[in-house]
Design a protein around this ligand. Structure first.
Ligand code: GTB
Length: 221
């Protein structure tokens, strides 16, 4: 079985691991599955070959033995379902881990994405400065609630699961804003995720792409 994912040829974050291929790499590392990476440019993402796999012209995608997937939630779920290590065996615990995956992408990630949009995409609009604190407070509400549920546990529901993998990945995107550090419980939760050897390998792999791209750009100058 050979697995190929796609990732940015040149990630706008310069290798900070914030692009969504990192969570797929992390899942594959957790379950010990080797994978290939096809790097795509912003232009190639909008061309028919890539659109045939990803209708929205984005990364990451996942291909394996004739199966082509997009959407990181679906990709990580597929990996977790087919390999041991990311979903508990107990039926109820397994369903709760899947619930946390949905909570990560459906409830916690949207206000975090709003912050990115208001800062970067809409940053030059006259109302952006007024909107910013409203969006930030919506994030804080979610983080307070998540903190209350996590309490002093290491992970959201017993052992580390795909739910934690998705939640940590979503929260990581907040780090540059400083908001994550307002919640030491969650900052420590994210740090626990980042300390996992599988995350470290995933991070190093995406960083190697950014370092290679920077070296290539330097050589071309
Ligand atoms: N819901 C989809 C999923 O989870 O798979 C979202 C996929 C997505 O947003 N992909 C982004 C993309 O391809 C890359 S990850 N964007 C290009 C486009 O839409 O044309 C989002 C991302 C981008 C950049 C940073 N960064 O620089 O920090 C972080 C995250």
């Amino acid at each position: 079985m050979s697995i190929t994912i796609t990732a940015f040829e040149r990630s706008p974050d310069g290798g900070k691991g914030l692009a969504r291929d990192t969570r797929v790499r992390w899942a594959l590392e957790e379950v010990g599955q080797p994978y290939e990476v096809r790097l795509v440019s912003f232009q190639a993402m909008k061309e028919p070959a890539h659109l045939a796999v990803h209708p929205f012209g984005q990364i990451p995608t996942y291909e394996e033995d004739g199966l082509a997937l997009f959407e990181t939630g679906a990709i990580v779920f597929h990996i977790a379902e087919n390999h041991a290590g990311l979903l508990p065996k107990d039926a109820h615990a397994r369903t709760r881990a899947i619930m946390w995956m949905f909570a990560a992408v459906n409830t916690v990630e949207p206000p975090i994405l709003d912050l990115v949009v208001v800062k970067i995409v809409e940053g030059d609009k006259p109302w952006a400065q007024q909107r910013l604190p409203l969006v930030a407070d919506r994030i804080r509400t979610r983080l307070r609630q998540l903190c209350a549920r996590l309490g002093d546990a290491d992970w959201l529901d017993g052992e580390f699961s795909a739910g934690d993998l998705m939640m940590v990945s979503v929260l990581l995107r907040l780090r540059p804003s400083g908001i994550l550090d307002e919640f030491p419980t969650l900052a420590a939760y994210v740090a626990r995720g980042e300390a996992r050897p599988a995350y470290q390998r995933a991070f190093a792999a995406q960083l190697a792409v950014a370092v290679g791209a920077a070296a290539q750009a330097g050589a071309a100058r």
